[in-house]
Write a protein that binds this ligand. Structure first.
Ligand SMILES: Cc1cc2nc3c(=O)[nH]c(=O)nc-3n(C[C@H](O)[C@H](O)[C@H](O)COP(=O)(O)OP(=O)(O)OC[C@H]3O[C@@H](n4cnc5c(N)ncnc54)[C@H](O)[C@@H]3O)c2cc1C
Length: 294
């Protein structure tokens, strides 16, 4: 792999960085340019560089909701690492958390602090930045419920701060457009450690009993159509266990595609297409992807 560090005061930018290891699907090609800023100033420099060069920007958290094509990503991938954006601070029931913190870590930390709210999100991997951008959640609620304020930096380098009501949270989308989440201020509720840990165990048992959490996947592939379950439609189409090469519709949860044996992104994409066509044929519903395809 040819990785050259561009000697640039404005940040460390690598050429042709393979993205496979940066996603939970473990497939895909390289980014033409890849930056991992180690502090907010470097991030600003990286964005300035992208703007000057007219590059398309892709923001990467922990890659748990992304499918990178085998041909890779043409543009500048900006990875938000925990090392540089990893602060978690508490003041009474408020928690200030930076985008690079992993959501599981935040959930465990707030449980230690006897603050309840996030325990219902247990089992969701990814970063806080990704969770806010995707409005991550499930049947027991989404991240939005606990957010008071979101801070961002626009691709143009401008800093913003939005109160909860100013963010247009929707189903798996915070509508932040060309902005990078830097952090969020949450307001949780006082609870007891036992109660919170008990709930975490309950939610985790339910999730791990119905989803292939340890397989290489990107979570649910399709959004649920209004009033329907994408997984239910795929299951009723008889597609559980259906394979294209090393990609398979999970036998445990039909809305998960797993990389069970050295799949390529092309195989996953073909499987996605076959699933959509079959569900359309049987139920007249065209499923929309929840995962981001780069
Ligand atoms: C086993 C498994 C189970 C899952 N279960 C759930 C679930 O129950 N509910 C659920 O909602 N999701 C679930 N997911 C999907 C995924 O974990 C979430 O969407 C998660 O919030 C994505 O975070 P990430 O850091 O991995 O984001 P990435 O995958 O890196 O990015 C996802 C999107 O968010 C954007 N993004 C990431 N970071 C930032 C940032 N700092 N600023 C702006 N945009 C950003 C990216 O550009 C991309 O568009 C699951 C995934 C797996 C693998």
């Amino acid at each position: 792999m040819d990785i050259t560090m561009v000697k640039d005061l404005r940040g460390k930018i690598k050429h042709q960085q393979c993205l496979k290891g940066y996603t939970t699907f473990k497939v895909g090609g390289s980014a033409t340019l890849f930056a991992e800023p180690t502090n907010p100033e470097e991030l600003q420099g990286v964005l300035d560089y992208g703007k000057e060069q007219g590059l398309k920007i892709f923001v990467l958290g922990k890659g748990s909701n992304i499918l990178v094509r085998d041909s890779g990503v043409e543009g500048l991938v900006v990875h938000i690492p925990r090392g540089a954006f990893g602060r978690i601070e508490r003041s009474d029931e408020q928690v200030l958390v930076e985008a690079g913190v992993s959501l599981p870590r935040l959930i465990h930390r707030t449980a230690e602090w006897e603050l309840k709210g996030l325990e219902n999100l247990v089992g969701i991997p990814g970063s806080v930045g990704g969770a806010v951008a995707m409005n991550a959640g499930g049947k027991y609620g989404t991240v939005e419920r606990w957010i008071e304020e979101v801070s961002t930096i626009g691709y143009d380098g401008a800093l913003h701060s939005y109160t909860r009501g100013q963010v247009d949270f929707q189903y798996r989308n915070a509508g932040l457009g060309q902005q990078i989440v830097l952090g969020a201020r949450l307001r949780l509720e006082k609870g007891s450690r036992e109660e919170i840990l008990h709930r975490m165990r309950e939610v985790y048992e339910e999730k791990s009993g119905s989803q292939p959490l340890s397989a290489k996947s990107a979570g649910c592939v399709f959004k649920n159509p209004p009033g329907q379950s994408a997984g239910g439609l795929i299951d009723q189409s008889g597609l559980k266990g259906f394979k294209v090469g090393g990609a398979m519709v999970s036998r445990k949860h039909a809305n998960f595609i797993v990389n069970w044996s050295s799949a390529t992104a092309a195989q996953i994409l073909e499987l996605i297409q076959r699933v959509r066509e079959e569900v359309k044929k049987r139920f007249g519903v065209w499923l929309e992807p929840e995962i981001k395809i780069w």
